[in-house]
Design a protein around this ligand. Structure first.
Ligand code: ATP
Length: 432
């Protein structure tokens, strides 16, 4: 089993994820993505957008503002019901979410039963912000979920597109929650990104069940098609007492992380809760019937997805660490090296190859140390292929391409590298 400490150390050392505001001692629940982390996250978001928006006729995207009129949060029920219960140990003052049984048991065990809990108190998760320069300032909230931006624009979307029910609206963006106990690295943060789809349907139970099951399968298949191991994934139904205030029915996709089975995407049947509360309706042009549509939602976290892809891809073999990321998610697709850094002809030729490849793929350049060390350094950040320019290249215009996962090497002519890589990227991974 991968250790979280190894993931955290690799993420920091190689520039995936840094603690937020680190030089001032950090700030709990906030993380900064480094040069490789931003690539991984962007790749996840781009692939998600491709499959949810570009490859479908029935989904459009939007990008709503993070700060909205506070009425949105009052009407949606968040100011009242977007809460978590908290208990505090009266002996050591440790605070734990009252619904996190495992953490409670762990605390009781490690303190040999000398624990006294307060009664659970509820805390609202919305983060308050104050706008304006003169008193009284206007109080509102940083959005606690990106979804509301879709609902409040429902009419705008209908008026400006030709979407007809059933159809979906996709959105990726930041959300903020005043989490009581941020932790497990980026897993529970106070600032994070969500990628969500709101799929509007007719208010019928059979239709809702069919579409709920359809999206469940789509989303699970998506993770598997990017290489996540099937045996580390499962669905979990929400019990009626843990469902969010808006949900009629909910199931999570969970990953078996080093800290236990953990949610990273929820499929929710929100019924007519949100559109109903915002008093928004849909009119069927053909039948003239007006009704409040139901919504099936897929709500994933970009940060949790990035973390679980890092964990799932991490392999250690003695002192060699390999991140077996799907090439579409890997920060760099290819690295280019001159065999020797002190041979100007090799460097010049390798720079030319690099200059060409970087136009098509995010490419890395390395001329430090020996080839073996450069391979190790690229393996550790998940670069699928390394191209080496050597003395034979100067004679016959071919290079060596070394594969990250098999470590096998192959000779390819310079003119064909690009197509070779494109073919490999497209063929990579399992077909569902
Ligand atoms: P949890 O039970 O872990 O608090 P949730 O059920 O409240 O999560 P949702 O409201 O369904 O989460 O949010 C949808 C997705 O947003 C989650 O599946 C997760 O990927 C992401 N997410 C929610 N809260 C956080 C957080 N504090 N940090 C990082 N990602 C989060």
């Amino acid at each position: 089993m991968v250790k979280m400490a190894d993931i955290v150390a690799l993420a920091k050392r190689r520039g995936f994820i840094f603690p937020g505001s680190e030089i001032y001692g950090g700030i709990k629940g906030f993380w900064d993505y480094g040069p490789l982390g931003v690539e991984l996250k962007n790749n996840i978001k781009r692939e998600w957008w491709k499959s949810m928006v570009y490859e479908r006729d029935d989904v459009v995207g939007i990008d709503a503002a993070i700060i909205m009129n506070p009425k949105v949060w009052e009407v949606s029920g968040h100011t009242e019901a977007f809460t978590d219960p908290l208990v505090e140990c009266k002996v050591c003052h440790k605070r734990i979410r009252a619904d996190h049984e495992q953490e409670i048991k762990k605390h009781e065990k490690s303190h040999k039963g000398k624990v006294k809990w307060t009664d659970p108190r509820t805390f609202n998760l919305l983060t308050e912000v104050y706008l304006g320069t003169t008193e009284p300032k206007q109080k509102t909230y940083l959005r606690g979920e990106v979804t509301q931006g879709v609902f409040v624009n429902f009419k705008n979307i209908l008026d400006s597109t030709r979407m007809k029910i059933p159809f979906g609206v996709a959105q990726i963006g930041k959300a903020f929650r005043n989490e009581i106990t941020p932790g497990n690295f980026t897993y529970r943060s106070r600032e994070f990104e969500q990628m969500e789809l709101e799929y509007f349907i007719q208010p019928e139970d059979k239709e809702a069940e069919k579409i709920f099951n359809y999206w469940k399968k789509q989303r699970m298949d998506w993770y598997i098609s990017y290489g996540m191991r099937k045996e580390k994934l499962r669905f979990r139904k929400h019990e009626s007492d843990e469902r969010a205030h808006y949900a009629k029915f909910a199931e999570d996709i969970e990953y078996k992380a080093p800290f236990g089975w953990s949610e990273f995407e929820g499929i929710h049947h929100r019924g007519d809760w949100d559109l109903g509360r915002h008093k928004l309706k849909y009119k069927d042009d053909e039948t003239g019937k007006e009704y409040t549509p139901w919504v099936i939602e897929t709500s994933g976290g970009v940060d949790r997805t990035a973390l679980f892809f890092l964990i799932d891809a991490y392999h250690k073999d003695k002192d060699r660490v390999v991140l077996r990321l799907h090439p579409k998610l890997a920060p760099y697709k290819v690295a280019v090296f001159p065999l020797l850094a002190n041979k100007p002809k090799l460097v010049e030729k390798a720079r030319k190859v690099f200059g060409k490849l970087r136009l098509s793929f995010h490419s890395a350049w390395d001329e430090r140390g020996n080839i073996g060390k450069r391979y190790y350094a690229q393996d550790e950040i998940g670069t699928p292929w390394c191209v080496t320019v050597d003395f034979d290249t100067l004679k016959d215009d071919t290079v060596t391409i070394r594969d990250r996962d098999s470590t096998k090497q192959q000779r390819v002519s310079i003119g064909k590298i690009e197509k070779w890589i494109k073919d490999k990227i497209n063929k990579h991974g399992k077909k569902i």
